[in-house]
Design a protein around this ligand. Structure first.
Ligand code: 13P
Ligand code: SF4
Length: 301
């Protein structure tokens, strides 16, 4: 285990703040100044006075923090912690849709690379996608890269026409509805709370569908005592903190994002000490990607 005194010392030296996503290990969440979902983390990054941000999450989160704060130093504890879905769309897909529809909006899930964001009109997260798409003037929406979140948003905004892309989250896509139905049979009073990155069979049986914060807040404010959770297991730390009296059940093949789990306290301290793993925005796509993110913050309020 690392020395917390040493961590504090290095945080002071670098004027650093630690941001963490709910999916990182409990021992990393314990070091964080702020923990949240992707929307919270991108917004929070713009509100902090610190010179350095240590982003405990996957690469697209560090890239987003850097794009929104070009003057700050953004450090990633592990640059190999990359989200596979963040790469799952090609420029040809975007160009083909732009050629076909005059009134197209390219809506890009924040789980995407800087380059993919730069091809897009606006970014969204799972917490604000419905609100933003509803308020866009465009009738046709190309939603990239996640097809599951796209279908969830399309169902909530039926007045728009969606063009889909075949991207998915490897953790949520492979969760099996049967696993959740088995849990439901064992715990018939439990409410089923799932992330919109889950496949449609899971979405159909859910009592609540929302971002990681949405799921945590739903359970936190509910009078129910049992919950079946259809998202990555890292949310359990905050769920237990908010509801020590409740029971939480996860699918037997515990959904685990191996990339989020690459972040360890040792790596957090290491980047603070060495300044390694700094994120640099690539100049070719920086302006357009930043605009798509800034538009998200403006439209999400
Ligand atoms: P949210 O925390 O924004 O719901 O996103 C989930 C996710 O998969 C992040 O990688
Ligand atoms: Fe990417 Fe899925 Fe991991 Fe989130 S949980 S970082 S979408 S692989």
């Amino acid at each position: 285990m690392i020395s917390l005194e040493e961590l504090e010392e290095w945080k002071k030296k670098r004027d650093a703040v630690i941001l963490a996503h709910y999916y990182v290990r409990p021992e990393v969440q314990a070091l964080a100044d702020y923990i949240g979902d992707s929307y919270f983390l991108s917004k929070k990054a713009t509100e902090l006075a610190n010179k350095t941000i240590v982003l405990c999450g996957v690469t697209f989160m560090g890239e987003s923090a850097k794009l929104l704060n070009p003057d700050k130093t953004v450090l990633m504890p592990d640059l190999a912690a990359d989200c596979p879905m963040a790469h799952m769309v090609t420029k040809e897909t975007v160009q083909a849709a732009r050629d076909q529809y005059d009134d197209l909006a390219v809506v890009c899930y924040i789980n995407s690379t800087q380059e993919i964001k730069s091809w897009s009109d606006v970014c969204v997260t799972s917490a604000n996608a419905v609100k933003i798409v509803k308020n866009l003037p465009n009738k046709h929406i190309l939603f990239i890269p996640d097809r599951n979140l796209a279908h969830f948003v399309a169902a909530a905004v039926p007045e728009k026409e969606f063009i889909y892309n075949e991207g998915f989250c490897i953790v949520h896509e492979f969760m099996q509805v049967e696993e959740l139905l088995d849990l439901k049979a064992e715990h018939p009073d439990a409410k089923v709370l799932v992330h919109p990155e889950c496949n449609h069979k899971i979405i159909e049986i859910a009592d609540f569908i929302g971002s990681t914060s949405g799921i945590i807040n739903f359970a936190g404010e509910s009078s129910d005592k049992e919950f079946i959770i259809g998202t990555e297991c890292g949310v359990l730390t905050k769920l237990k903190e908010r509801r020590p009296d409740a029971e939480f059940y996860f699918p037997e093949t515990t959904p685990t994002c191996v990339n989020m789990k690459k972040i360890t306290p040792e790596k957090v301290l290491h980047v603070l000490k060495t300044g390694e793993n700094e994120i640099h925005a690539r100049p070719e796509t920086e302006g357009a990607a930043k605009n798509a993110l800034a538009r998200m913050l403006e439209l999400a309020g």
